[in-house]
Design a protein around this ligand. Structure first.
Ligand SMILES: NC(=O)c1ccc[n+]([C@@H]2O[C@H](COP(=O)([O-])OP(=O)(O)OC[C@H]3O[C@@H](n4cnc5c(N)ncnc54)[C@H](O)[C@@H]3O)[C@@H](O)[C@H]2O)c1
Ligand SMILES: [Zn+2]
Length: 354
């Protein structure tokens, strides 16, 4: 087991890596988390892990309740949040009690949001079970629900008491979900870590499991350094995490069958190509990023229409006064932020990077 401490101005909390969920109760004894616990999870994860976790918590004297939501993005709504808040209230939970987020990024975002607003904030413990949630969603304190016309439009910054990752939970994760998590891993490597990039280049995809603890550790160290320097995304430092996401989100809005990680992969290739055409990075970097994406079974081509992508870019919530700002790679581990690129330039290069 390894421990990484996230040190923010208001709060300091540990992330336990490689800790078995069957012994989770012990960690609750170590941190004061109140008597009552509401475990929020989705149907898929509940089937696999809720019994073990609830047992361990009950064994340590906790009064545990389980709230199971439908899996997937459609549950990340204000309505589901309201139902969960009702559950907390009817169970008589008070500020000393704790919500456990057990699941992927959807559960982490939703349960985190509920914990942040119920009674103006109660305890939160995150147990991310998807690769994407382990390397990204569970650290950094962003919580959210969606509105019908846009993703993550309601939310808060709210830090957990602690985060626990059991890598064996990834054994049950479908291959496509592993690949989507790998997209965020590739992003971390490109923006901040040659060491991670080299590891990804060297490892065979079928052997990724052996290296998962090193990979997750490296990604969390990167996220830690970024969020510690810019907790609430006010200094422009946290912006680097958006590499691949500007175009990625625009593709996501226009695509029904691609998941977030797949769109981010396409976004990373397109944005590296833009960087190359601007003369900021080499052709080798573009080829390397594209090869790595393909290696981890992520898409490198799309039939999403360039004009539609350009239109979506203009409406992105991160677009400031009609200007689209990009994070472009210079070389592995280094990026240039705040690069303004017009929708026309994106359209004119669209076919060329594919
Ligand atoms: N807060 C942040 O900083 C942040 C960062 C990145 C992404 N996100 C959010 O995360 C969400 C995406 O996260 P996700 O990809 O984990 O989606 P998800 O939570 O929908 O999980 C993906 C699928 O995997 C299943 N699953 C999860 N763990 C499993 C396991 N161990 N075994 C078997 N099945 C399992 C889930 O039931 C679901 O069907 C998006 O809503 C996104 O906005 C938030
Ligand atoms: Zn992402």
């Amino acid at each position: 087991m390894k421990k990484i401490t996230i040190e923010l101005k208001q709060k300091k909390y540990p992330v336990y890596l490689g800790y078995p969920v069957s012994r989770i109760g012990k960690l609750f004894d170590r941190h004061s988390c109140g008597k009552r616990i509401l475990v929020i999870t989705d149907e898929n994860v509940s089937r696999l892990y809720s019994e073990t976790i609830c047992k361990s918590l009950a064994h340590c004297g906790k009064r545990v309740k389980l709230a199971v939501i439908k899996p997937g993005e459609q549950s990340k709504t204000i309505r589901t949040a309201y139902n969960l808040i009702k559950e907390c209230s009817l169970s008589g939970m008070d500020r000393s009690d704790t919500i456990v987020a057990l699941g992927g990024g959807v559960v982490c975002d939703l349960a985190g949001f509920v914990a942040s607003i119920y009674l103006r904030g109660i305890g939160l413990v995150s147990i991310p079970t998807s690769l994407l949630a382990q390397v990204d969603a569970s650290v950094g304190g962003k919580t959210a629900v969606n509105l019908p016309w846009g993703k993550n439009l309601i939310g808060s910054f709210y830090q957990p008491c602690f985060v626990v990752m059991d890598f064996s939970t990834l054994d049950t994760l479908p291959a496509r979900e592993i690949a989507q998590g790998m997209a965020e891993v590739i992003k971390c490597a490109v923006i901040r870590s040659r060491k991670l990039f080299n590891l990804l280049c060297d490892v065979h995809p079928s052997e990724i499991e052996k290296h998962i603890s090193t990979i997750v550790h490296e990604c969390i160290m990167i996220k830690k350094s970024v969020v510690e320097a810019d907790e609430q995304e006010k200094k422009g430092i946290r912006e680097i995490l958006n590499f691949g996401h500007t175009i990625g989100h625009a593709i996501e809005i226009n695509s029904r069958n691609l998941n977030h990680g797949e769109c981010v992969s396409l976004g990373m290739i397109a944005e590296t190509f833009l960087s190359m055409t601007r003369g900021y990075c080499s052709e080798t970097l573009f080829k390397n990023v594209k090869e790595l994406v393909k290696k981890f079974s992520l898409p490198s081509k799309t039939n999403v229409n360039a004009k539609k992508v350009a239109d979506a870019l203009v409406y992105d919530k991160k677009t400031k006064m009609g200007r689209i700002r990009f994070v472009l790679p210079l070389r592995i581990g280094s990026v240039k932020t705040g690069v303004e690129i017009s929708p026309e330039e994106v359209i004119s290069t669209w076919e060329k990077w594919q």
